[in-house]
Design a protein around this ligand. Structure first.
Ligand code: TRP
Length: 514
């Protein structure tokens, strides 16, 4: 049997879906989706978001999972298998999630701190925590160690098993908190109105752009993750169905998070007359603790579950981010898994500490610790998510749409129906949707991604007052740095990796590297 033979991978379809959903569901869902929605026109934003998920997210996700599944190897090898000149896209998609980890771990550390501190006063934690270097060092370390322990245990016994336990817990807690929130009484309707009232004039082009970017981030696309996780799946997994379930689950969680948060914020307003900040870092880490505190012991309990849930979401996401680099290092350098994650995790941790300190400086108004006029977190986020992530997502579409199957002539190469039949022959069975997918992945989705990239760059180089990002640093430095990094990876690839073996999943078993 296929599944018994293949030790290095997910045992079942459900395990894969939950692990991928664990990657997708993270701070992007619980924290940024709700406030972006409320900022950019409520239900109007949700509408555009859902469209983005369907026409871009879903397509890229299928492409990435399929690329990994097809190669049964890390992202570099996955792209190399298509064409030796494309491997650098894989290398870049390993680096981007690593870059994201370096600030994600800081935020993850915060959530752990808030969870543990739920029964005492959390209301001023953000201010004191962010100004407290010792705590940043400690809690980021705790978070990182939790992530590393799971990865060390392996794909099956670590990642798959933990996702199967943690994701259902997360969902049950979330639904429970939504219930509590909706029955708070006073202010609930105002909260729902603030969150969802459709206002297409508040949406604007910036809102559309924000929704598209959010869809990519939330689904963990353009970051090698779905290639990596996809590579751990066997023949028995239906790529299309799995991608659909992951996308639906991810969107549902994001939507529910807003239902949990805004009624509570407005209930507090209705009771006290005090208006709390309802966006940005402050919403989750400062406004919500004030609400929890006002609810007494019940609030403490809810706080514990709420931040516990956020921690779970952050941990399962960070696991996937670090697994990408770990997988590559194991396979390329034939290093044991434990050693590989020790290296990746330690470097990630060492970088995340200054990121955390810099964020603390920014939040407490201290001078210093900026790059290009911004705190390190924003800098990393812009490079990773705004500039480089779309490049990788674009690469996935182009690699699959134009390079994976060569036709006999130009007509075949241009035909999406030809691509569709080749994909089907190769085991990507999408049924009636296959033709639509092939057309989208070849023509439409790459164009949309290019739009996201171009306007994302314009938005940071020429920031507007109400742009998709509140950015005040030197955008040109950000963009130039990002493309310089990309160039470095291209050069590194052609110098050191193009002609070399870059390994596959099998190596972990055959070379005894688990
Ligand atoms: N999807 C995650 C979230 O919503 C964040 C994320 C973006 C991510 N890219 C990723 C997680 C890559 C893991 C790997 O918070």
């Amino acid at each position: 049997m296929d599944t018994e033979k293949k030790v290095n991978g997910f045992v079942g379809g459900l395990g894969f879906i939950l692990a991928a959903a664990g990657s997708a569901v993270g701070l992007g869902n619980l924290w940024s989706f709700p406030y972006k929605t409320s900022q950019h026109g409520g239900a109007a934003f949700v509408f555009v978001y859902i469209i983005s998920v369907i026409v871009m997210g879903f397509i890229v996700m299928i492409a990435e999972i399929y690329l990994g599944k097809r190669a049964q190897a890390n992202p570099v090898s996955s792209y190399k298998k298509i064409n030796n000149n494309l491997g650098w896209i894989g290398l870049l998609s390993i680096f981007v999630p690593f870059l994201v980890t370096c600030y994600y771990a800081v935020l993850g550390g915060y959530t752990v701190k808030f969870t543990l501190n739920s029964f005492s006063d959390n209301t001023s934690v953000m201010q004191s925590f962010s100004g407290n270097v010792g705590e940043v060092i400690l809690y980021t370390a705790i978070f990182m160690i939790l992530v590393m322990v799971v990865i060390m245990a392996g794909v099956q016994k670590g990642i798959e098993k933990s996702s199967k336990i943690l994701m259902p817990i997360l969902f049950v807690i979330l639904v429970g908190i939504v219930m509590c929130s909706l029955f708070l009484g006073n202010g609930v309707l105002e909260g729902l109105n603030y969150y969802l009232n459709p206002d297409f004039s508040a949406l604007g082009f910036d809102g559309v752009l924000a929704a598209m970017g959010q869809a990519f981030f939330s689904l963990s696309l353009g970051m090698g993750v779905m290639i990596s996780y996809g590579s751990y799946t066997g023949k028995n997994i239906k790529v299309g169905k799995s991608a659909m379930m992951i996308a639906i689950f991810d969107t549902l969680v994001a939507f529910l998070a807003g239902l949990a948060i805004f009624p509570a914020i407005y209930h507090y307003y209705a009771e006290t007359g005090i208006e709390l900040t309802n966006s940005g870092v402050v919403l989750m880490f400062s406004s919500l603790p004030i609400v929890f505190k006002s609810l007494g012991i019940a609030g403490n309990i809810v706080s514990f579950f709420f931040f516990g849930m956020v921690s779970i979401a952050a941990i399962t996401s960070a696991i996937s981010m670090l697994e990408v680099a770990t997988q590559f290092i194991i396979q390329k350098f034939s290093i044991k898994r434990k050693k590989a994650i020790a290296i990746v995790g330690s470097i990630g941790y060492l970088v995340s500490v200054p990121v955390g300190i810099s964020l603390g400086f920014a939040l407490t108004g201290k001078e210093g610790m900026t790059i290009a006029g911004q705190d390190w977190l924003t800098f990393f986020d812009l490079i990773g998510n705004t500039v480089l992530m779309p490049v990788c997502a674009f690469g996935a579409c182009i690699a699959l749409g134009w390079f994976t199957f060569k036709g006999k002539n130009a007509k075949e190469n241009l035909s999406s129906n030809y691509l569709c039949s080749q994909l089907e022959e190769d085991g990507l069975k999408l049924g009636k949707f296959g033709k639509v997918f092939s057309f989208m992945v070849k023509y439409i989705t790459p164009i949309l991604i290019a739009v996201v990239e171009i306007f994302g760059i314009i938005d940071i180089v020429f920031p507007t007052q109400n742009g998709a990002r509140e950015f005040s640093g030197n955008g040109l430095v950000v963009v130039v740095t990002a493309y310089a990094i990309m160039l470095v990876f291209i050069v590194l690839y052609f110098l050191f990796l193009k002609k070399k073996e870059t390994g596959s999943n099998e190596d972990e078993i055959t070379k005894n590297l688990s």
